[in-house]
Design a protein around this ligand. Structure first.
Ligand code: SF4
Length: 335
């Protein structure tokens, strides 16, 4: 059920703007998506770094951005986390955390070879895909992995198997180019943060070309990705513009912009409220707002406050799903 309209008073005018800039303008309807922002995997990954800092003391090294959000990364840096690209940048006697996106098997293997203390913050839903890959290989199937080349999750999942055991496809055109015969033993898996609609099309193309291809029992796209896309679908048609708070390297945030645009509503990805161009509000009546799974709520509220300084806003939450998912911490940090 949607919350009732909530009028947000036009607070302070932005610096340089007339004091009554917001109050003199026509009201703007602000539809805020729910769920939005942090998912259970991101909450857990951030808590892992914080608990590791408490347990081992600073510095704690983190291989790759723990989640794709600069604000979060800078906050953890201030507490003593050091972010690196590769494990060989970490001193052998320092603790290291692996990011929520997952890592190739070679990374923990290398940490063990060097007798390092490491904590794996891979989201349990990404780990589930890793285990599915192992099971499909045990059954003698070659895996077609649907995902975006170069994304850390894709590198991590493809690194669960030996080279040549998994083939990446990004779209239907890639499916057309696959070299396998129809009678070969194949299975598909997907990245967790894809577009639900695009992925359905790629799976359809795979099943059409390879009628015996096996897939996961439940889809690999995670609950957080699908719920956030569903919420944007529910509000996009009623808006003139959808703002997505998220990072340009955040797959699920980029997908939210695409979902809005596919419904005919322009979408803009912003990292902070300061990126809002007041001209975006010219002549529009309603704006939608959401946030990718790695964007904290404080940044959403920052955007709401910035909009309220430009126009009086009528704020309403559009709820597409309730989320209660919580993931346990790794055993070494749980006590
Ligand atoms: Fe896990 Fe999904 Fe969140 Fe990624 S977006 S961390 S897969 S819950």
């Amino acid at each position: 059920m949607n919350a009732p309209f909530h009028d947000t008073a036009p607070a302070n005018a932005p610096s340089g703007a007339p004091a009554n800039a917001a109050s003199s303008a026509a009201p703007l309807t602000l539809l805020i998506a729910a769920p939005r922002g942090f998912c259970a995997g991101v909450d857990r990954a951030i808590e892992i770094v914080e608990k590791a800092l408490e347990k081992y003391g600073a510095p704690v090294y983190v291989r790759h951005e723990i989640v794709h959000n600069k604000y979060v990364v800078e906050g953890l840096k201030a507490k003593g986390a050091i972010f690196v690209k590769e494990l060989d940048e970490v001193p052998t006697d320092a603790p290291v955390v692996f990011s929520a996106h997952g890592v190739p098997k070679s990374v923990p293997a290398e940490a063990e070879r060097r007798n390092m203390v490491y904590v794996d913050a891979t989201c349990p839903l990404v780990s589930k895909v890793h285990r599915q890959a192992e099971r499909q290989l045990e059954k003698g199937r070659h895996i077609i992995f649907i995902g975006h080349a170069g994304h850390p999750e894709v590198i991590g999942t493809m690194g669960q198997v030996e080279p040549g055991q998994m083939t990446l496809v990004e779209n239907i055109e890639d499916v057309d180019k696959l070299p396998f015969n129809t009678d070969e033993e194949l299975a598909y898996l997907t990245q967790t943060t894809l577009s639900v609609d695009d992925t359905a099309e790629v799976i359809e193309a795979l099943e059409w070309r390879y009628p015996n291809i096996q897939g996961p029992k439940a889809e690999d796209i995670c609950y957080a990705t699908s719920n956030r896309q569903k919420a944007v679908k529910e509000l996009a048609r009623d808006c003139d513009l959808v703002l997505v708070v998220g990072a340009p390297n955040s797959s699920n945030s980029l997908r939210l912009v695409e979902v809005a645009e596919r419904l005919g509503t322009p979408g803009k990805l912003i990292q902070r409220a300061s990126e809002i161009d007041p001209a975006w509000l010219d002549g529009i009546d309603a704006i939608g707002l959401t946030a990718g799974a790695s964007a904290p709520e404080v940044l959403v509220r920052e955007v709401v406050d910035a909009l309220a300084k430009l126009r009086p806003i009528k704020e309403r939450t559009i709820t597409a799903a309730e989320e209660k998912m919580v993931f346990k911490l790794p055993r070494q940090l749980a006590e």
